[in-house]
Design a binder for this molecule. Structure first.
Ligand SMILES: Nc1nc2c(ncn2[C@@H]2O[C@H](COP(=O)(O)OP(=O)(O)OP(=O)(O)O)[C@@H](O)[C@H]2O)c(=O)[nH]1
Ligand SMILES: [Mg+2]
Length: 480
């Protein structure tokens, strides 16, 4: 384990050229280390500097390893800001050096700080320290990474909600309820001979049921949460030559995929992403599915099949200028649990079949209950003229996010780590409910409640170990 006693430093801005680059130092010696290399314009002693204010100065260093210390020259003009423990991101003393954003500048400054006693930070070590010093809990630390990686307005909103502790406070509330129940149960165990009951079991059942209901809601939100974090996977599929690649190009507004009148043009899966109304949609253009003797085309179809299985939304393209019969679409309609959009393409050409007939033909393949019937809709589009594309875009967003389309207030869960632990907690509570219904022993009840407490605690980081921390922080970049 890396020591908390070290003072760490790292370049916090991305590699490459930029107007400004930031080098960050954190630890008990941060001010001492920085002061050795920085000559402030006003010559104020460092211990008199005010926190959260910028000071202008020069960063001094050597251009060559072999030059002696007295040969130090100005490496860059810098702005310095200090934050004193515990009022900083990490909870330690922090110095940020704002210099020009060139590779040589930031690297040389970082190296100079290491030479006078700092250690190069590991990925995510600043945030890990913030967690270890109680500045953030684990869901908030994860939300820092989600904020950095947010690729759409909605994913940013989700990350910020978690950063503000909305998920943690729900989980803390559950934990407090469970802790009380465990305390009462254990107190009851001590007085078992006096037959004193410290908590009414019917009341306890109601409380556990309440937590299970809330856990169900959070777990159910994980599909949408993942889509918001990672983007919608929309797979364009259909028979050869119906205009799948033309549709991809039309949606992107560029000539990305090869289009031709020859069936079997697309072989490999093409992926391109665009923003649709605040959410990232990743489109996959696939090879048209048909029986073909061509080995390459068959491999293309295998790849298409894999993508179809991972899709959040399936865009089935049919050619309205041709007769479409059930045999043509049958193969594509077997993923009934998924959301379908049937694109009736080439709407600029004369139609062979009325829209109603196509809808009826496709509808016949979905079970005759309301939910299944709502799993698909038809949109008329011309990839050639662009007609119907707006309607298609809003259909994709609606299908991917379902009811939670706009202005949702409830907290969503978007990480597999969270969903897995929420499921474990729910399972323990279900066992507890069963025991409550069947007059199970209080020892057993308390054990299940403790196990749920443990799972919920692991999400926020009340319960933790090096493995959990490694899992959380390994995706961070150095400098965060
Ligand atoms: N008139 C008209 N022609 C279209 C439209 N969309 C596609 N086409 C034409 O249909 C033919 C096939 O288009 P592609 O986009 O290559 O079809 P595909 O489904 O990707 O075909 P494969 O890759 O072979 O499976 C081309 O000649 C396109 O110009 C449309 O909306 N209107
Ligand atoms: Mg194609």
């Amino acid at each position: 384990m890396s020591s908390l006693d070290d003072t760490i430093c790292a370049v916090a801005t991305p590699p490459g050229e930029g107007g400004i680059g930031v080098v960050r130092v954190s630890g008990s010696q941060a001010l001492v280390i920085a002061s050795q290399n920085i000559r402030l314009r006003n010559s104020r002693p460092w211990d008199e500097l005010q926190a959260f204010r910028f000071y202008l100065g020069h960063f001094l260093g050597k251009y060559s390893e072999h030059s002696n210390a007295s040969a130090r020259t100005v490496l860059d003009e810098v702005l310095v800001v200090i934050m004193r423990a515990p009022r900083s991101y990490t909870g330690e003393h922090v110095v940020e050096v704002h210099c020009h954003g060139g590779m040589a500048v930031v690297e040389t400054i970082c190296t100079a700080l290491i030479e006078v006693g700092a250690r190069l930070a590991e990925p995510g070590e600043f945030t890990k320290r913030a967690f270890l010093h109680g500045r953030l809990d684990l869901t908030q630390a994860e939300a820092v990474l989600d904020t950095i990686q947010a690729n759409s307005l909605l994913s940013l909103k989700l990350a910020q909600e978690h950063l503000q502790g909305k998920l943690s406070s729900i989980l803390q509330g559950m934990r407090e309820g469970l802790l009380k129940m465990v305390a009462h149960l254990e107190a009851g165990m001590d007085f078992v001979e006096d037959d004193i009951q410290f908590i009414d079991l019917t009341e306890m059942k109601g409380q556990v049921q309440g937590i299970v209901t809330e856990l169900n809601r959070l777990i159910d939100s994980s599909g949408e949460g993942r889509i918001i974090r990672e983007g919608v996977r929309a797979v364009i599929m259909g028979q050869p030559n119906v205009g799948k690649s033309s549709l991809l190009n039309a949606l992107l507004g560029i000539d990305r995929a090869i289009v031709s009148a020859i069936p079997g043009t697309t072989r490999d899966v093409l992926e391109e992403a665009i923003m649709v109304d605040g959410i990232l949609v990743r489109f996959f253009d696939t090879a048209g599915l048909r029986s073909s003797p061509d080995e390459l085309e068959r491999e293309g179809m295998n790849r298409a099949q894999q993508k179809i299985e991972q899709a959040d939304v399936l865009i089935l393209v049919v050619d309205r200028s041709e007769y479409t019969n059930e045999k043509d679409v049958f193969e594509f309609l077997k993923y009934q649990e998924k959301q379908y959009i049937v694109v009736l393409n080439k709407s600029d050409l004369p139609h062979r079949l009325p829209r109603k007939s196509i809808e009826r033909m496709i509808g016949k393949h979905f079970p005759n209950d309301e939910e299944s019937r709502n799993n698909f809709e038809c949109v008329e589009v011309s990839a050639k003229t662009g007609e119907g594309l707006l309607e298609l875009r809003s259909a994709i967003k609606k299908r991917a996010l379902g009811r939670r389309l706009e202005g949702h207030d409830s907290v969503l869960v978007g990480r597999i780590r969270h969903t897995t632990l929420l499921r474990q907690a729910r399972e323990s509570l279900r066992q507890a409910l069963e025991a409550l219904n069947n007059g199970g022993a209080p020892e057993y009840l308390a054990m299940e409640l403790r196990s749920a407490l443990h799972s919920l605690g692991e999400i926020i980081g009340v319960v933790t170990n090096e493995d959990i921390l490694d899992q959380v922080f390994r995706d961070f970049c150095i400098g965060k």
